[in-house]
Design a protein around this ligand. Structure first.
Ligand SMILES: [Zn+2]
Length: 388
């Protein structure tokens, strides 16, 4: 999820991308309406005012729903807008939070590695063999909300997640856990503030003292749920990046992982500042499919609170806030490296619904792409074959 770069290099890189995309962008495609609209296409959309979204490699897609809709609520039962089942969630571990009820930085890091380990353990044997032993590194980068599947110069695989992304995920988890109990909208305000910070290339901050008032800040239900919500967000991000490796997008995950020593600070900087989009957008959608599948697979075997796609939808909601601020045009941004949230949100929801219906991702549903891409069944968009 290459999202943004360090402040110093950002404008230079934006200029480069602009230059490159100016040369590379195809001429506007003629609008071609879908010829085979699935029967379950939502009827409450806006068919006369469908925005057109440019997906490199896929031409222009009519999106049959309004852009900018926040994701629908999905609770830890996996059903939209149902009450949270607090009894199913394990209590927050002792020491995971401070005296204001905020998860500590040390815990967020420890938990990230735990989530990563569970994701790896729950892959198929074939996929796991490709990425077993890949090191995960937390990059100390307070301004970059970012994660990456990287290859060293010696073509060994590793994984990165930035400290800013952990801060964002921890604070959003706490805000949502509080909102669910109180009926407030702290998470929405936090996303708005943080998206503004990212736009200004300022460090990502936590919620700040006093934002979550007592006594709910230390309520056992809130403490347990914020940990679950953090796991689900980081699980989706890491699952997405892992998929880039084991689905062969990076080309370096072949069972010979990088050693810790090989992941030098220079390699970390190089991968995080990779200015040219590493993957194309169909591959990003494929990684979304496998990422959410991985989270649900691993989460279904957990005791003390199953994971579902709500964390994925939270992360995509944040990207949507960036989009609405115009960050995609200002910074390198996910819009260049990843499809827009307006596409990814229903995509992830469809993939999760498939999972609940025991439909595994299938290969080969979009003909003509360089690799087979699993298209979630019931997805409300008929993807056209890419132009030749
Ligand atoms: Zn990606």
């Amino acid at each position: 999820m290459i999202l943004c770069l360090g402040a110093a290099g950002c404008q230079r890189i934006v200029d480069r991308i602009r230059d490159e995309t100016r040369d590379r962008d195809p001429p506007p495609a003629t609008q071609t309406p879908p010829t085979n609209t699935p029967t379950n296409t939502p009827t409450n959309n806006n068919p006369n005012n469908n925005p057109q979204i440019q997906i490199p490699g896929l031409g222009q897609l009519p999106i049959p729903f309004p852009i900018g809709n926040p994701p629908g609520g999905t609770n830890n039962n996996g059903s939209p807008n149902a009450p949270v089942d607090y009894a199913s969630i394990a209590p927050a571990p002792a020491g995971s939070y401070d005296n204001t009820g905020t998860m500590t930085q040390a815990f967020l890091r420890q938990e990230t590695f735990q989530v990563f380990s569970e994701l790896v353990q729950n892959l198929s044997a074939e996929d796991r063999a490709k990425i077993q032993g890949i090191p995960l590194r937390v990059a100390e980068s307070p301004r970059e909300v970012n994660a990456a599947a990287g290859c060293t110069r010696g073509r060994r695989a590793f994984m990165l997640i930035t400290s800013a992304l952990l801060t964002l995920s921890g604070a959003a988890a706490e805000a949502k856990a509080y909102d669910d109990l109180s009926g407030q909208r702290v998470q929405e305000q936090y996303y708005t503030n943080t998206a503004t910070n990212v736009r200004r290339q300022q460090p990502v901050q936590g919620l700040g003292p006093g934002v979550i008032p007592m006594p709910l800040a230390l309520d056992a239900r809130k403490l347990a749920r914020q940990r679950l919500l953090f796991d689900e967000q980081v699980g989706f991000v890491l699952g997405h990046e892992l998929a880039h490796h084991y689905r062969g997008h990076t080309g370096c995950a072949n069972g010979t992982p990088a050693s810790d020593q090989e992941v030098t600070p220079e390699e970390v900087v190089r991968v995080l500042s990779n200015t040219v989009p590493l993957f194309n957008q169909p591959l990003e959608l494929e990684s979304d499919t496998w990422g959410v599948t991985n989270v649900l697979d691993a989460g279904s075997r957990r005791q003390g609170g199953r994971w579902n796609e709500e964390g994925a939808l939270m992360s995509l909601d944040f990207f949507g806030h960036l989009t609405r601020l115009g960050v995609d045009t200002l910074l390198l941004g996910i819009m260049r490296t990843h499809p827009p949230p307006a596409l990814r949100i229903p995509w992830v929801q469809a993939a999760a619904n498939n999972w609940r219906n025991n439909i595994r991702p299938q290969a080969g549903t979009i003909p003509g792409l360089p690799i087979p891409i699993p298209l979630p069944q019931g997805f409300p968009i008929q993807l056209p074959a890419p132009p030749r």
